[in-house]
Write a protein that binds this ligand. Structure first.
Ligand code: ZN
Length: 184
């Protein structure tokens, strides 16, 4: 553990701890992150900061998991998935075979994508993201058989994520990836 001086008060020393659980809404999805987020806090002024390790891959895992939840995507969620894919509006439009103007309309929540397009979007997102998140298993058929529910009719429970050893790699290895785990 390293100790550094607090930048906020200049007096105290910062201490760091890994939080057993950390809750936040990311890309519209309520998530709980287990045993990963680092909290740094000052013992004098109480100033605190949070650091999310491997956040880019976490966003990809969240985009995949959200794509597998059968509740209509909001404009904000479509935008989050596009960003998790690392695409700008033009690239995403090409991947979805629609105009950039259509992407911008989806992301502004108007008029919504419609269920056929939503399924394609979800398939594309999972197909393009799963290599970056090999720890998270999914079944393509989940989307094929999906009945998408209206977001004003149902809520979404929070999803718990944890970094686990990648499959096929020895447990002594440092290579870990995000997976969805059962809530405690
Ligand atoms: Zn301080």
């Amino acid at each position: 553990m390293t100790e550094t001086k607090c930048g906020a008060c200049g007096m105290g020393r910062l201490r760091a701890e890994v939080l057993p659980e950390y809750s936040e809404t990311i890309g519209g999805l309520p998530v709980v992150i287990k045993n990963a987020v680092i909290r740094e806090y000052c013992n004098e002024c109480g100033d605190e900061t949070f650091e999310m390790p491997d956040s880019q891959n976490l966003y990809k895992a969240i985009a995949m998991v959200r794509s597998l939840i059968p509740v209509q995507l909001s404009g904000e969620e479509v935008r989050f998935i596009r960003k998790a894919l690392g695409m700008n509006g033009r690239q995403f439009a090409a991947a979805m075979d629609v105009s950039p103007e259509m992407i911008s309309r989806w992301e502004n929540g108007c008029p919504g994508t419609g269920s056929v397009t939503e399924k394609l979007l979800r398939h594309n997102a999972c197909a393009l993201l799963h290599k970056a998140v090999p720890t998270l298993r999914y079944d393509h058929a989940e989307i094929a058989h999906m009945q998408i529910l209206r977001s004003d009719m149902v809520g979404i429970d929070s999803v718990v994520f944890e970094r686990i050893a990648q499959r096929g790699i020895g447990s002594g290895s440092d290579l870990r990836g995000w997976d969805r785990v059962q809530a405690a």
